[in-house]
Write a protein that binds this ligand. Structure first.
Ligand code: ARG
Length: 479
């Protein structure tokens, strides 16, 4: 405490009168401090400064509870609450600047309180450790930010679903092995993306349910002998309740793992969608025309219009996978309960959350303004025998066992290729009958790409009315 007093007493050296000098919360024990470089190395303020308002919320709930429980005088609790509210306002307005030389955001805010309130400020940390404090702050922050991310997912889905609705009946090739396979609709393809984003929303929502427990009152690891009211503090902060076990409370980062995994999966989805877009934007496909404002040019090749946004989103999926691995590796083998290693958790998860947010916003803008070349897509359904399965299904409807129908249709395809024909419909009925007597004149209507797509009207299929149903289903889930 002497060291701390000495430091705060030398406040003249601080950057501004509002910014206390870097002071440590453990000065009473250690007479010497790490050197500047070493101190900066172990400081986390550059990362945890974004928890400032959550830290203040947590401290206000804690101070109020300390007052109600008679652990500190009611007047002190009131003064702490009022000053913390002032500090929050000053941080928001910029009147108070976070001192980057502080050890972490918790030390900084307690330092400001103490500089302003003296011994009253020194009361706030009773029954608390930075170990439970940081776990509270982190969870509060996620309870604020993750719902915002779910909103970004919903808005992204809404944009895709609008495009899907517009193109519910626009036929395009569906691919397997990146080879044209069967006709689908563009609406079907875009709705497939949305099905993945819908699960992503669910994953973030699931994680939110489990992280909704308040670690406050867990102290360093063993709770407190002071008569804290954990239930009340948890309720005050909007948590469903307190955490079960104080050691788990300070050691657990499952919520960070789950969210990092949800981020990584979301980014894998976006990277796959972007890969489709990049292919579609190529001169070979020409299925999509990205807006000029969502493209970039080349410094040397005058003709270039590059899908940089899609490429960068695809590229950024790497860092979210990396952050998940970082967190898993960070936690693996970590002894109970708290270890300073855990300080590394926030940078990784913040980066993943930031990445998902910006990528969703960019992807949405790019897709909202994109124009699809539906003629090219429809034309690409011809010439690759995408109707071959439908020819086989035609024969199945006439009673032929599927394996025989498959063979007959395959032989028709071979006949076409030998004759230099690009579609089954170019064969005469007699030529078709040579492969199966079951072919009749009505086969020709069954072979157009639109007919092939429309026939696939099972739940989940590409038929326009079924795609519209899927869109309606997803919109209902977003509402
Ligand atoms: N900056 C620390 C973190 O992010 C806060 C907890 C520090 N606790 C400690 N005993 N050093 O994890």
């Amino acid at each position: 405490m002497k060291e701390q007093e000495k430091k705060s007493g030398s406040g003249a050296a601080a950057k501004s009168p509002e910014t206390p000098p870097a002071q440590v919360l453990w000065a009473g024990r250690l007479a010497e401090r790490p050197g500047a470089e070493a101190f900066a190395f172990q400081s986390s303020i550059a990362v945890d400064r974004r928890l400032a308002l959550e830290d203040i919320r947590g401290s206000r709930a804690h101070a109020a509870m300390l007052g109600r429980q008679g652990i500190i005088p009611a007047a002190a609790a009131a003064a702490l609450d009022a000053e913390l509210a002032v500090i929050a306002g000053e941080l928001e307005s910029g009147a108070l600047v976070i001192d980057e030389s502080a050890e972490d955001i918790h030390s900084f805010i307690e330092g400001v309180l103490t500089a302003r309130l003296g011994d009253t400020g020194r009361m706030v940390h009773a029954g608390r450790s930075r170990n439970d404090q940081v776990a509270v702050d982190f969870r509060l922050y996620l309870k604020r930010v993750v719902p915002e991310l779910r909103g970004e997912l919903a808005e992204t889905m809404a944009v895709l679903l609008d495009q899907a609705e517009k193109h519910a009946a626009s036929v395009m090739p569906g691919y397997t092995h990146l080879q044209r396979a069967q006709p689908v609709t563009l609406g079907h393809h875009l709705t497939a993306w949305c099905a993945g984003l819908d699960r992503d929303r669910g994953r973030f929502g699931d994680a939110l349910v489990r992280l909704d427990r308040c670690p406050l009152g867990s102290g360093a690891l063993a709770g407190s002998g002071l008569p804290l009211d954990r239930e009340a503090a948890a309720r005050d902060l909007g948590f469903a309740g307190p955490t079960l076990n104080s050691m788990d409370s300070v050691a657990d980062r499952d919520f960070a793992l789950e969210l990092a995994a949800a981020c990584a999966v979301t980014m894998v989805h976006l990277s796959r969608f972007c890969e489709d877009v990049i292919l579609w934007a190529s001169g070979e496909f020409r299925f999509i025309n990205l807006a000029e404002s969502w493209s970039t040019g080349s410094s040397i090749m005058p003709q270039k219009k590059n899908p940089d946004f899609a490429e960068l989103i695809r590229g950024k999926s790497g860092r979210t996978a990396g952050n998940l691995v970082s967190l898993l590796t960070l936690l693996k083998g970590l002894p109970y309960a708290y270890d300073k290693d855990l300080q590394e958790d926030k940078e990784a998860l913040f980066d993943s959350l930031d990445t998902v947010r910006s990528c969703l916003r960019m992807f949405r803008g790019m897709m909202d303004s994109a124009v699809f070349n539906t003629e090219r897509m429809a034309a690409a359904c011809s010439g690759g025998f995408l109707e071959a399965t439908d020819a086989a299904d035609y024969l199945v409807r006439k009673g032929l066992p599927f394996r025989k129908a498959h063979e007959a249709a395959a032989l028709v395809v071979r006949d076409c290729m030998e004759a230099g024909q690009g579609a089954i419909g170019e064969r005469t009925l007699d030529q078709l009958k040579a492969r199966s007597g079951l072919f009749e004149a009505d086969i020709y209507q069954a072979l157009s790409p639109a007919a092939c797509a429309a026939a696939r009207n099972l739940p989940g299929g590409p038929a326009p009315e079924e795609v519209r149903r899927q869109i309606g289903e997803l919109r209902k889930r977003l509402a």
